[in-house]
Design a protein around this ligand. Structure first.
Ligand code: SF4
Length: 274
């Protein structure tokens, strides 16, 4: 394979953002997430999430990040809203990460878009046939050329990207209360999508999925299975598959390699029968 070449995130993106407009004004009630249990359309759920302000600390942090943009960006480049899922709402493979990154998906408003982790993930999805980016002729190692961005017309096949926490947390560490508060969104999504395979990116995603499935009445083994890269656990009709998170910490150290993540998604396809 050729040498990795990264493009896109050191330069300003000029593509206009296409952010769904919330259907109603933001709501800061801590009980607001729980009421999503009545929603039966995926698009409605995403709009509902967009209006959530249930966690004051995270709402404040979203605003702070917008006022402190990364070099090369301005406040106007930041969406800084709760992040909806991205991909195929009929997916048989649900990919669950952690939470938006401050200057990646929190900025662009699209799951896993705008940072190195997302580049790595999308490159693998493209190589394994689970995503298409029109006009893209080459994927080198862990990087799409050009980098995925809002407006790239990326299409995911059989895959939906989700997160257990929808707002960017300081230091990537949501509190247990924030995790619990945001939990109803992943639960509702699991119910609506009914995936046959869930790829958990890292221990946080793994634990969130186990917790949510248990709360949904699935027969999650006790004690709860611990995360492992390449580990699978059958939970009723769902297969949970672990994968190291494609964060720079894991990819720069070689803990997760392009072959390693491709193997996970190839396996997910086989398990899902797609
Ligand atoms: S983390 Fe979740 S529950 Fe908290 S404000 Fe964001 S979307 Fe709402």
């Amino acid at each position: 394979m050729g040498k990795t070449k990264v493009m896109g995130h050191s330069a300003r993106q000029t593509t206009p953002l296409h952010v769904p407009t919330p259907q109603h004004d933001p709501v800061d009630s801590p009980d607001y997430p729980q009421a999503c249990s009545n929603i039966d359309q995926h698009e409605q759920l995403e709009n509902y999430i967009r209006a959530c302000q249930a966690c004051p600390r995270l709402v404040d942090y979203r605003a702070w990040i917008t006022d402190h943009p990364a070099p090369g960006f301005t406040s106007a480049d930041y969406v800084s809203l709760p992040l909806p899922s991205f991909g195929d709402p009929q997916a048989s493979i649900l990919v669950v990460g952690l939470a938006p990154s401050a200057h990646g998906s929190n900025r662009t408003g699209r799951m896993f878009t705008g940072d190195r982790s997302g580049d790595y993930l999308f490159a693998s999805l493209i190589r394994t046939g689970l995503a298409q980016m029109p006009g893209l002729e080459e994927v080198r190692d862990n990087t799409c050329l050009p980098a995925p961005h809002v407006g790239d017309h990326m299409e995911l096949n059989h895959v939906l990207l989700a997160a257990p926490v929808r707002c960017v947390p300081p230091d990537n560490k949501p509190t247990s209360l924030e995790r619990a508060r945001c939990g109803p969104y992943l639960a509702r999504e699991l119910d609506l999508v009914a995936p046959s395979v869930i790829v958990a990116l890292g221990a946080f995603g793994w634990e969130a999925v186990c917790k949510t499935l248990a709360e949904q009445g699935y027969t999650v083994p006790k004690p709860r299975p611990t995360f492992g890269h390449g580990k699978t656990v059958e939970i009723d009709q769902v297969t949970l598959l672990g994968c190291y998170h494609p964060s720079p910490h894991n990819t720069y150290t070689g803990r997760l390699t392009p072959q390693g993540i491709d193997d996970i998604f190839t396996r997910a396809k086989l398990l899902a029968g797609v």
